[in-house]
Ligand binder design. Structure first.
Ligand SMILES: Nc1ncnc2c1ncn2[C@@H]1O[C@H](COP(=O)(O)OP(=O)(O)O)[C@@H](O)[C@H]1O
Ligand SMILES: [Mg+2]
Length: 234
């Protein structure tokens, strides 16, 4: 497919650029990005559409490196965060609760324990899988977004609601891993954000009865996985 010059860049990620073009958003991946991963992202989106987790639909184009998507006319939650408006953390807390309470019966999505070891050294894989297995024996699986942060939550202009995007990383796992993953992301990008996250969002996790030591083990597992991702993209 070819844009006619009227496309507008609206988002940039590590592997793709997103353009607004003729009323739709187009995610254009780098040619080096594996086409199977894009096909996987499309299947993930279908799963979250069917589960009622996200209304944004993905469509095929004649280029396997370009996904056409419903356009969300609004802004990222990040914009509100940058104004110092602390309510963005309440929205984040709500987004977690919404995702984790969704009925996951029959959803076509991989288990975290089946994919988490990919690309890790033997020692890292053993450590990560031991933690996931142990916590999965205690806690029930639910849908986890596993990349929940202010750039993946959008606020549509015309509604008082939010839309969670970018479901590539989503897996079935105990909710503690979703909280842990976002903890690792804040720890990396914003110490101030991490403090607010601990104060406003994590109490919802403690309310589920999780022990702090189990949470810190999940943080450890997510840190190892994150380290691998960063090596992949650099
Ligand atoms: N459907 C959409 N409508 C409007 N903007 C979008 C849409 N999808 C993505 N974006 C914008 O593009 C950015 C990157 O998209 P995202 O799917 O999160 O890609 P990445 O995997 O690179 O993070 C988002 O943060 C958002 O600003
Ligand atoms: Mg994103």
């Amino acid at each position: 497919m070819q844009f006619n010059g009227t496309q507008k860049l609206i988002g940039t990620g590590a592997q793709a650029e997103v353009f607004l073009y003729e009323g739709y958003a187009y995610k254009v991946y780098k040619p080096t990005y594996p086409a199977e991963w894009i096909a996987f992202e499309k299947s993930q989106q279908k799963a979250v559409n069917d589960a009622g987790l996200c209304s944004v639909r993905y469509y095929d184009t004649d280029d396997e490196h370009i996904i056409k998507m419903d356009f969300v006319d609004g802004e990222m939650l990040e914009k509100r965060a940058l104004t110092g408006d602390i309510t963005c953390f309440n929205t984040l807390a709500d987004a977690f609760r919404f995702v984790h309470s969704t009925d996951a019966t029959g959803i076509q999505m991989p288990l975290l324990k089946d994919t988490a070891g990919m690309g890790l050294s033997d020692a890292d894989r053993d450590e990560v899988l031991e933690i996931i297995t142990r916590l999965s024996d205690k806690e029930k699986n639910c849908v986890c977004h596993l990349d929940m942060h202010f750039l993946n939550i959008m606020l549509p202009r015309d509604k008082a609601d939010y839309v969670i995007i970018d479901w590539m990383n989503a897996r079935l796992a105990p909710a503690v891993f979703d909280y842990a993953r976002t903890y690792v992301i804040f720890d990396e990008f914003s110490k101030e954000g991490l403090e607010a996250y601990k104060a406003i969002v994590l109490p919802n996790l403690w309310a589920t009865g999780i022990k702090e030591s189990d949470f810190m083990d999940a943080v450890r597992a997510c840190t190892i996985i994150r380290k691998r991702e960063k090596n992949e993209t650099t």
